[in-house]
Design a binder for this molecule. Structure first.
Ligand SMILES: *[C@@H]1O[C@H](CO)[C@@H](O)[C@H](O)[C@H]1NC(C)=O
Ligand SMILES: *[C@@H]1O[C@H](CO)[C@@H](O)[C@H](O)[C@H]1NC(C)=O
Ligand SMILES: *[C@@H]1O[C@H](CO)[C@@H](O)[C@H](O)[C@H]1NC(C)=O
Ligand SMILES: *[C@@H]1O[C@H](CO)[C@@H](O)[C@H](O)[C@H]1NC(C)=O
Length: 375
């Protein structure tokens, strides 16, 4: 619309210079044409803004984390117009209670815990489309730990969850524990999709190649029971299980990923406390990592059940531990650093605990979804 005054100016100027009559005609024609173009653009914009007969597809994903489960409803246009079909999140529902791995003692209750959020999804999605709407559940490190601890309990939890999802009016596509590599890959794809790194214009591509900078961001994903680090790495990997290849928008990516089981924020804290317990003298544990005035009681009999702490199991002359916060940053830092074993790297480079790490490349995006969800 800003073009109108400009066109007027063009006409006025040409109007005062009758000598350049042919130029003037051309400018007038150009002015007319651009007016037409503006009208055409407006017309297109108006028709595109009109709600065309909607043909929307839906999908449901349940993200079953260690501390809780979230249900997401997505929608996208059924006819993708030259790859411009964009998936949009239209609903998120936080399932009441613990993560599904928290039902190891009452596995039959894992599935029913999802019912309320499924009900909500039924209300969001038009009922005519329920039958064709796929529903998936992906469980992460909480269930990986439960599987290590008690495989039959993990299977029972998954089958309870599967039964509930099958009885919902949607198209059940599966409920399973995803691998650490898959989780790393999804985190990396999510961050780069949100940053718009996959579909770059020709100019941005050229600029990036001139700066020889990385086109994608690495992903650090801090969960409750595991943490993933994932980034594009062009060096040939010394550790094949940390290597992923995928093709997105017609481009190949070679990606390094590792999921550190037990290094999510909850399990890392358990590990830290387990280490503290090795040297504790009585049932009072002053803890520099909690603020002054914080107090918490821990039941020792449950404490060493997690595979993250079971190798530090210790007989103690007391059954409960009383944690008292000290709020001392420096001491906390030293305390936490004991969780990272920097010795004994079988590769040219390691992050910690003997895990291969290629040279870091590019920027990093950090996802603290578990952290913020727990606030
Ligand atoms: C996609 O683009 C091509 C040419 O650019 C066009 O011929 C085709 O009709 C488009 N398809 C859709 C579904 O818009
Ligand atoms: C494993 O889980 C099953 C089912 O919940 C339970 O019956 C069994 O006692 C558990 N086993 C152990 C060793 O905890
Ligand atoms: C600790 O947990 C066990 C079972 O998980 C329970 O039987 C016991 O009563 C608890 N002890 C205390 C002191 O809370
Ligand atoms: C660190 O790792 C090395 C090699 O794997 C091992 O020998 C050592 O005991 C570990 N140190 C600690 C404190 O766990």
């Amino acid at each position: 619309m800003k073009d109108y005054p400009k066109q007027k100016n063009v006409k006025d100027i040409t109007g005062t210079k009758p000598k350049m009559s042919s130029t003037r005609t051309i400018l007038l024609i150009l002015g007319f044409l651009s007016t037409l173009a503006v009208i055409a653009l407006i017309a297109v914009a108006v028709t595109q803004n009109q709600p065309l007969p909607k043909n929307i597809k839906y999908g449901i994903v349940l993200d079953a984390g260690s501390s809780h489960t979230n249900l997401y409803v997505y929608e996208w246009p059924a006819e993708k117009e030259n790859d411009t079909g964009v998936v949009k999140q239209v609903e998120v529902c936080k399932v009441e209670g613990p993560g599904i791995s928290g039902y190891s003692h009452a596995t039959e209750k894992a599935g029913p815990s999802l019912a309320q959020c499924l009900q909500q999804a039924e209300e969001v999605i038009p009922s005519a489309q329920h039958k064709e709407t796929p529903v998936y559940l992906g469980a992460t490190a909480g269930m990986r730990l439960l599987r290590l601890q008690n495989e039959s309990a993990a299977d029972k939890v998954l089958s309870s969850v599967g039964n509930t999802l099958r009885s919902a009016p949607f198209n059940f596509q599966g409920a399973r524990i995803i691998s650490g590599q898959e989780e790393g890959a999804y985190g990396w794809i999510t961050i780069n999709y949100l940053l718009g790194n996959f579909k770059q214009s020709g100019w941005k591509k050229l600029l990036l190649s001139l700066k020889s900078s990385s086109e994608t961001s690495g992903a650090l994903d801090l969960g409750g029971a595991s943490t993933q680090i994932t980034f594009v790495s062009k060096v040939s990997s010394e550790s094949p299980e940390n290597q992923l290849y995928f093709r997105l928008y017609g481009k190949d990516y070679q990606v390094y990923t590792h999921s550190f089981l037990c290094y999510g924020k909850d399990q890392a804290l358990q590990k830290k406390l387990a280490m503290d317990l090795q040297t504790v003298e009585n049932s009072d544990l002053p803890d520099p990592c909690f603020h002054k005035g914080y107090e918490r009681t821990i039941n020792i009999s449950d404490f060493f059940k997690s595979p993250c702490t079971s190798d530090m199991k210790k007989q103690l002359p007391f059954s409960q531990l009383y944690i008292k916060g000290e709020g001392d940053y420096q001491k906390c830092r030293e305390n936490i650093q004991k969780l990272f074993n920097k010795s004994g790297c079988p590769y040219s480079r390691c992050s910690f605990n003997g895990i291969y790490l290629p040279p870091l490349q590019g920027d990093f995006g950090v996802s603290l979804h578990s952290f913020f969800n727990s606030l």
